[in-house]
Design a protein around this ligand. Structure first.
Ligand code: ASP
Length: 333
């Protein structure tokens, strides 16, 4: 009798230990999803040589592969987002970091932000000229200050003190951005050309994160700040709903609080991610003639890549093996 009781207790103990281990592994080895963008705009398919399109797609693929590697191996959404954005900032192809556009005075003024959906912490920098990777400064603001947004010299001094790489403003010069600056200047078409980079991810621990980095709009007024460093406008992440990064005409995205609104529609109106993104981008923004798009991931790993322009540099990868990189409207995700 005593023996049977002991055996029963032992069996119960082993069973409970195993089921706890099972729950734990279920929690830490979940699904992951990564989405990235390199800006939305009127990208003319007929005017873009195949060799240039290839260059963009190859870079997007490289970025996606690096972010996916982090997520696949149990890394955090925050690290994957940071890595992807840093890589795009280092590429002259995109309007962020190296490759940022020029303002009306021929100066690069950059903005970036990042948000952790697990605790709603966020960090951002705006109007910086010497920080090689503004997204790293945004993350440092989130992790090493009690603040959310630092701007201009204060942000630059902070980044320097954090040991981040500081460069001469000439580092950001690229011939192609200078040419479009001169073109826009001659036509006096303020803010016509834009672009931005961003990433959003769900990691295997069930956490969401999003980030955005930009040079803003070509020939923008000095001091102008768009939606990209504004939490809720250009970037938002909340484990309860979704993680969003935006690109487009920033003034509209600020007024419509686009990134936050997509999550709010899911949280308060029970819309799916796709329904919320479609309503905001294809209906609300479109009616306002506000160009742009969003990339987003929800807490189940569903994603949306939605834009109302002719193209958006974009990519996605999921733990189910679903992945792709695209530029034009020819692919329905
Ligand atoms: N949203 C950015 C800004 O307004 C530009 C862009 O994404 O194209 O600064």
């Amino acid at each position: 009798m005593k023996k049977t009781l002991l055996l029963l207790i032992l069996t119960l103990f082993v069973f409970s230990a195993c089921s706890q281990l099972g729950n734990k592994s279920k929690k830490t080895i979940g699904k992951y999803t990564l989405v990235i963008h390199g800006g939305a705009g009127y990208i003319d398919k007929n005017n873009m040589p195949d060799s240039i399109a290839r260059k963009y797609k190859d870079k997007l693929q490289q970025v996606l592969d690096s972010g996916t590697y982090i997520l696949k191996n149990g890394g955090t959404a925050l690290d994957a987002v940071t890595k992807c954005i840093t890589m795009m900032e280092n590429s002259p192809l995109f309007n962020a970091g190296k490759g940022a556009v020029f303002n009306a005075e021929g100066i690069n003024e950059m903005d970036a932000s990042i948000m952790d959906g697990s605790n709603l912490m966020a960090g951002a920098v705006a109007n910086v000229h010497t920080i090689k990777n503004p997204i790293l400064a945004a993350r440092a603001v989130m992790e090493h200050t009690p603040h959310v947004l630092l701007i201009t010299k204060g942000a630059e001094d902070f980044a320097k003190n954090q040991g981040l790489e500081i460069v001469d403003p000439s580092y950001f010069f690229t011939e192609s951005r200078w040419k479009s600056y001169v073109r826009v200047k001659e036509q006096k078409e303020q803010g016509e050309k834009h672009g931005t980079v961003g990433a959003a991810a769900l990691d295997r621990h069930g956490n969401l994160a999003a980030g955005t980095s930009t040079g803003g709009m070509t020939y923008k007024m000095p001091g102008r700040v768009g939606d990209s460093p504004i939490i809720g406008a250009g970037t938002y992440a909340d484990n309860a709903s979704c993680a969003v990064s935006c690109t487009g005409h920033g003034e509209f995205f600020i007024r419509d609080v686009v990134a936050y609104d997509i999550g709010a529609l899911m949280k308060y109106n029970q819309l799916s991610l796709k329904e919320a993104a479609n309503y905001i981008v294809l209906d609300k923004l479109k009616k306002q003639k506000a160009d742009g798009g969003i990339i987003a991931v929800d807490r189940f790993g569903n994603f949306a890549l939605t834009f109302n322009t002719s193209g958006m540099f974009r990519g996605f990868a999921t733990s189910d093996g679903f992945h792709g990189v695209y530029i034009f409207k020819d692919h329905k995700e």
